[in-house]
Design a protein around this ligand. Structure first.
Ligand code: PEP
Ligand code: MG
Length: 596
């Protein structure tokens, strides 16, 4: 941690969720506490033991208080994790082993606990049971709390904070985010992560500005520093002067004006000047987001991510939980359609029971449909929930991470089996429910002509597709400069998928983050996509740009893009083309300083 107070220190990261905010830093140190190791005399032993017991008691009280303060019922549902932490605090081995070490080896309480942890760590690593092994991270979380109490450090207890803060962390998992009182969070800052890491996506859907991939944030920033952040550009200023704050706030005002102007487009159809209609839909993770989706003009839910149902809990969601969630979704978006993606766990999203710790390459490992095909009972429970809910509105099923036709056939066979069981039991359902494939693995895009015969629709997941096509980890800030949505390879892949879908007579959607960028959206229009799905907030500005275009003209321009050798040549050509045609509107759409 840096000691000197710095002024106007500019750090540049990756803009992950737009918005300009100023707030005090709240450092989530997690496992980064430095421990004093001291030998003690025999007379000091009982004092150290008592210090240790007091720190345990304080930790217990803090956890109980945090648990009691969770007001949001959605978040409360996930509070099981705090019970696990309380159980660890009561663990006799942790307690007795540490006290024994303090007494026998005559070391201070911090060192005693650290030695116990080392021993437990070794024991945990040898455990075969994945669920138990995963409890190791909980043990560390709890110990970090005990250490802080021993050291008299302030805690990362977000519930105690008055006013809004900017949370600064090395990393934040979706599970971390759910435990926070989001009303007190002005922004998120992390050392690691990229624009399409799951944390970034969650921040966007919660409309909380975020800058990720700052690398040095937790070591440069001190708790309480004043932070000025721009979640669009990725700029972060530590302890800004009034002059610098003013320039950011002026920019914020300009953006607000543009946003207000753009919001007028929410209720208008996404139709080009020559009458081509595109369906703009929303990507969401919670049923509660449906109102925001509607407010921003979504014509349906193009991607309902279901991972949150499985996170932060020891057990798995029941069929009834699935059913109730999807039923609420179907009813609240009715008469429009909601596309439910089956569990897409793995990569940067983990289930507590099924840790991917032991996989060398989790992004290439047992994730998404592969997991569902292995754990078919878990998959069936989710399908039963979806099918039962399908009688309450219009639902579609989307299969994630399809790599070839066998996975689709296998999933469809299981769907048919589940359907038959329900029909036999006289449970009402939509027997014609549509089933689609995410196209996010290069093999699926290359064989899209084959896959098109097997499904009712495609949804291109560019977040992963770009990662796999360009071999660029979507959450690794060191290679994020290579993560180029306009890479000639990416455009060629999308063109192939659209052509295959058209030849196969099925609609093709895009649900990757790429669709939310106006400049990319117009290229996607020219490539012939039928549906775009994106975070709700982005819908009005994409509608606005689509309504400015003529489809035929855009298509001709996009055809030209295939002659350019690099992503920047492509982007430059599109920007010039737009600036020539719509000098005023283009600037309004992007804001003055975003056009360069
Ligand atoms: C994608 O990969 O583009 C996608 C929409 O899915 P996720 O971001 O959840 O992996
Ligand atoms: Mg994906």
């Amino acid at each position: 941690m840096a000691v000197e107070q710095q002024t106007n220190k500019l750090i540049h990261g990756i803009g992950a969720s737009p918005g300009i905010v100023i707030g005090r830093a709240f450092l989530v140190e997690r496992f980064k506490v430095r421990l004093p190791q001291k030998r003690i005399s025999s007379e000091q032993v009982e004092e150290e033991v008592n210090r240790f017991l007091k720190a345990i008691q304080e930790s217990r009280e803090q956890l109980i208080e945090i648990k009691e303060k969770i007001l949001d019922p959605e978040v409360r549902r996930h509070s099981f994790i705090l019970d696990v932490h309380l159980m660890i605090l009561d663990d006799q081995m942790l307690m007795n082993d540490t006290i024994d070490t303090i007494r026998k080896r005559k070391v201070n309480a911090e060192w005693g606990l650290d030695l116990t942890l080392e021993r437990l760590d070794t024991a945990f690593k040898a455990i075969e049971d994945e669920y138990l092994r995963e409890r190791r991270s909980d043990l560390h979380y709890v110990s970090a709390r005990i250490f802080r109490n021993l050291l008299g450090r302030k805690h990362d207890d977000i519930t105690k904070i008055k006013g809004k803060v900017v949370v600064v962390a090395h990393d934040l998992s979706p599970a971390d985010t759910l435990q926070m009182n989001l009303k007190n969070i002005a922004g998120f800052i992390t050392d690691i992560g990229g624009k399409v890491s799951h944390t970034a996506i969650l921040a966007r859907s919660l409309e909380i500005p975020a800058v990720v991939g700052l690398e040095v944030a937790t070591s440069l920033i001190n708790g309480g520093d004043l932070l000025l952040m721009d979640g669009e550009t990725g700029d972060l200023v530590v302890n800004p002067t009034d002059e610098v704050s003013q320039s950011f706030l002026d920019r914020k005002r300009r953006i607000k004006l543009i946003e207000r102007e753009v919001l007028r487009y929410a209720s208008l159809p996404a139709e080009t000047r020559d009458g081509v209609r595109i369906r703009l839909q929303a990507n969401i993770e919670l049923v509660e987001e449906v109102s925001s989706a509607k407010m921003h003009g979504a014509e349906g839910i193009g991607l309902f991510r279901t991972e949150i149902l499985y996170l932060n809990r020891k057990d798995l969601p029941t069929e009834e939980e699935h059913y109730q969630t999807y039923r609420r979704l179907a009813e609240s978006i009715s008469p429009a359609t909601a596309t439910i993606r089956t569990l897409d766990i793995g990569g940067d999203k983990f289930l507590s029971n099924y840790s991917a710790d032991n996989e060398m390459n989790p992004a290439l490992g047992l994730r998404a449909i592969r997991f569902s095909m292995k754990e078919t009972d878990i998959f069936k429970i989710q399908l039963r929930g979806i099918l039962r809910a399908s009688s309450h509105g219009k639902l579609r099923i989307l299969l994630p991470m399809i790599s070839g036709i066998e996975e689709i056939r296998q999933a469809k066979a299981i769907l048919e089996e589940v359907k038959k069981e329900l029909i036999k039991a006289k449970v009402p359902l939509d027997a014609e429910i549509k089933i689609g494939a995410m196209i996010e693995i290069p093999s699926a895009s290359i064989c899209a002509d084959i896959l098109a015969r097997e499904v009712d629709f495609f949804s291109i997941g560019t977040n992963d597709l770009i990662q796999y096509a360009l071999a660029v980890d979507r959450i690794n800030e060191h290679v994020s400069y290579l993560y180029e949505p306009l890479h000639p390879a990416v455009l060629r892949i999308i063109r192939t998928v659209v052509q295959s879908a058209q030849q196969g007579g099925i609609p093709v959607a895009i649900c990757g983050e790429m669709a939310a960028e106006p400049i990319y959206a117009l290229i996607l229009l020219g490539l012939g996509l039928d549906e775009f799905s994106m975070n709700p907030v982005a819908i009005p500005k994409v509608k606005k740009i689509l309504r400015m275009m003529r489809y035929e003209e855009t298509r001709a321009m996009v055809d030209q893009l295939f002659q350019f050798p690099t992503a920047s040549d492509i982007e430059c050509h599109v920007r010039n083309w737009m600036a020539e045609r719509f000098p005023k509107d283009f600037i309004e759409c992007y804001g003055e300083d975003l056009t360069s």
